[in-house]
Design a protein around this ligand. Structure first.
Ligand SMILES: Nc1nc2c(ncn2[C@@H]2O[C@H](COP(=O)(O)OP(=O)(O)OP(=O)(O)O)[C@@H](O)[C@H]2O)c(=O)[nH]1
Ligand SMILES: [Mg+2]
Length: 217
């Protein structure tokens, strides 16, 4: 029997910079993994659990806290990007539109993007934005890993039920995978780290000319 390869307990990462839009993103360096999801689903908390540092990304009880694209250098190589949350009603229509435009641009044109971690609140999964993101990733053939976060809020049976339901709904989506997660407790971290290390090890081949063009979108 082969021995299991041991995984790190965390993926250390340090804040690099914030960008309001694609134009002002830092030049790509290795594989980039974006954390997306509805506002308050727990994207920043997931990042902090992953890096083992509660101060990596700002967490707030007030939805809409993350308003810029926040870049983090992963120590072992590659980048994480904490994206502004979708659907923060109180932000005002104009501000919301601006943020969402920058997220859409980033997702559509960032060549170094290797995968998306889509964070959902397990109690309210598969909302409109989530559906759109899953369909878009499927059409773009981009790997997307869904975290059913805040699993600590449900019984084990209810967690399984939510997971099975989503897996069934998206059976035909070839690039999607699902898992339950708790950013509060760290449950599911090993599975997530394995997935991310796999993505980080396969940075997309960048075409220098294309990339320069993309930065000007
Ligand atoms: N119980 C529980 N609470 C969580 C979990 N993950 C996040 N939270 C809480 O949910 C709230 C929102 O978390 P954030 O990490 O700031 O969410 P976000 O998705 O980054 O939000 P925006 O930046 O507004 O888009 C905070 O009060 C967190 O403490 C979890 O796994 N379990
Ligand atoms: Mg956040």
């Amino acid at each position: 029997m082969t021995k299991n390869v041991s995984l790190p307990e965390r993926l250390e990462a340090t804040f690099l910079t914030s960008a309001p839009d694609l134009k002002r993103c830092p030049p790509p360096a290795g594989a980039e993994i974006a954390f997306a999801g509805r506002s308050n689903a727990g994207k920043s908390s997931v990042l902090n659990q992953l890096t083992g540092n509660r101060r990596t990304a700002k967490v707030s009880k007030t939805p809409g806290r993350t308003q810029l694209l926040n870049f983090f250098d992963v120590r072992s190589g590659g980048r994480f990007v904490d994206l502004p949350g979708y659907g923060y009603a109180k932000a005002g229509k104009e501000a919301q539109k601006t943020w969402q435009n920058s997220v859409n641009h980033y997702l559509s044109y960032r060549d170094s993007l290797s995968g998306i971690v889509l964070v959902m609140d397990i109690r309210h999964p598969n909302q409109n934005f989530d559906k759109e993101m899953l369909d878009w990733a499927d059409a773009s053939e981009l790997p997307i890993h869904v975290l059913l976060n805040k699993a600590d809020k449900l019984s084990f049976g209810a967690q399984k039920q939510a997971l099975n339901k989503l897996e069934g709904l998206y059976q035909s989506h070839a690039t999607v995978s699902f898992q339950t997660f708790s950013a509060a407790k760290g449950d599911g971290k090993v599975e997530l780290i394995a997935k991310l290390l796999h993505w980080l090890a396969q940075p997309p081949q960048l075409d220098a000319d294309n990339d320069a063009a993309d930065q000007s979108v």
